[in-house]
Ligand binder design. Structure first.
Ligand SMILES: NC(=O)c1ccc[n+]([C@@H]2O[C@H](COP(=O)([O-])OP(=O)(O)OC[C@H]3O[C@@H](n4cnc5c(N)ncnc54)[C@H](O)[C@@H]3O)[C@@H](O)[C@H]2O)c1
Length: 332
């Protein structure tokens, strides 16, 4: 058997430990666990490792990658699906190879549908009332999915699974993507962006954050939507111009929102801020508005997905180093 590979796992959480321990043995790895997110302050922890595994909330910007390269790190395997936190151009320049994680799309797809149902049935409004012993009906009348049109933006692994989940509700499903999938065509109708915006009662976002998709939901695109539209975002916060969303909610153009991700969430989500007061002004405003469900980037968080994420990250590092190629490598 070849000798153990030395790697560093940043942002290692206790709930990942059982999967890490299993894979460490199976893949013959020697893992240094670092609780902190990768960043300039902790980058030196990677000393002696050829590869590192990180999460989507780690700082993998050019200056940090340069430090990693100086330490001899050649491979970065994210345990997250989104990789907008990694400067891919800098990685390429430094000769580093990068991979992301592929894991069950059901975790996020199920969550997106749950948020859509919660917003549609005004569940947050009802729950807030119930806390004060108010079980009255006025103001919490909902709508039935069967009578609605749902617009799915991004029909990759998660978007496609959302469409499959939604097909059981009998609603009309519109889809928008730059690449169209045959599988989707049997359950949804591909339309251009303006048609999706103007005809959907619920819009759900499932595209990656790129320069083209940043603020794809903004003042102008909101103006094209139906009055009373509901917005679900389980993809990336920066897809939405949050100020425009807040204006839309205040003016009642937008009747509700389900938001698992938010601009400026880094350093806020996945952390306990009970003793800090307001952790983020926009989150505080959104939580105060009627019919808005805010969750802290937890759509991925299932037992299956956590195991898949660790497995994918560690298998990629092992394959990069031992076989010279990893199935989840990001090439651009
Ligand atoms: N909330 C969470 O916990 C969580 C977890 C996993 C993933 N995500 C987010 O969900 C996103 C989608 O994940 P996925 O696995 O389905 O990715 P994917 O790569 O399988 O699908 C993304 C789709 O978006 C499309 N797309 C890209 N740019 C586009 C554009 N400019 N216009 C229209 N369509 C465009 C692609 O063609 C692709 O079909 C991820 O990028 C990530 O940001 C969030």
């Amino acid at each position: 058997m070849d000798s153990a590979l030395h790697i560093t796992a940043f942002a290692a959480r206790p709930d990942e430990q059982a999967s890490f321990a299993r894979l460490e043995k199976e893949l013959n790895l020697s893992i240094k666990y670092v609780k902190s997110n990768l960043g300039k302050d902790v980058v030196s922890e990677a000393q002696g490792s050829e590869g590192v595994t990180i999460l989507g909330n780690c700082d993998a910007s050019a200056p940090v990658l340069e430090e990693l390269a100086k330490l001899g790190v050649k491979f970065i395997a994210s345990r997250s699906a989104g990789y907008n936190n990694i400067d891919l151009e800098a990685a390429k320049r430094l000769g580093m190879r990068v991979s992301n994680a592929r894991y069950s799309p059901h975790c996020v797809a199920d969550f997106a549908v749950m948020l859509a149902l919660m917003v549609n049935r005004r569940v947050m409004v009802a729950l807030k009332r119930n806390i004060g012993n108010d079980y009255s009906l006025p103001g919490i009348q909902g709508q039935e999915m069967e009578n609605m049109t749902v617009g799915v933006m991004g029909t990759g692994r998660i978007g496609r699974t959302v469409i499959s989940n939604l097909s059981g509700f009998g609603c009309k499903i519109l889809a928008y993507d730059t690449f169209q999938s045959e599988e989707v065509r049997s359950k949804a109708t591909y339309v251009d962006l303006d048609t999706l915006l103007s005809e959907s009662d619920i819009i759900t976002l499932h595209m990656p954050l790129t320069e083209e998709t940043r603020h794809i939901i903004n003042k102008d695109t909101i103006a094209k939507m139906k009055t009373g539209v509901k917005l679900i975002n389980t993809a990336r916060g920066e897809l939405v111009d949050t100020s425009a969303l807040i204006e839309g909610l205040k003016s009642k153009k937008i009747a509700g929102a389900g938001l698992d991700v938010l601009e400026g969430e880094l350093g806020v989500y996945h952390t306990d801020h009970r003793l800090d007061g307001v952790a983020n002004d926009q989150i505080a405003i959104l939580k105060s508005l009627s019919n808005v469900v805010v969750t802290g980037h937890m759509a991925f968080y299932t037992d299956q997905a956590v195991d898949d994420m660790v497995s994918c990250g560690l298998t990629s590092l092992s394959d990069f180093i031992r076989k010279g190629a990893a199935a989840c490598e990001i090439t651009c």
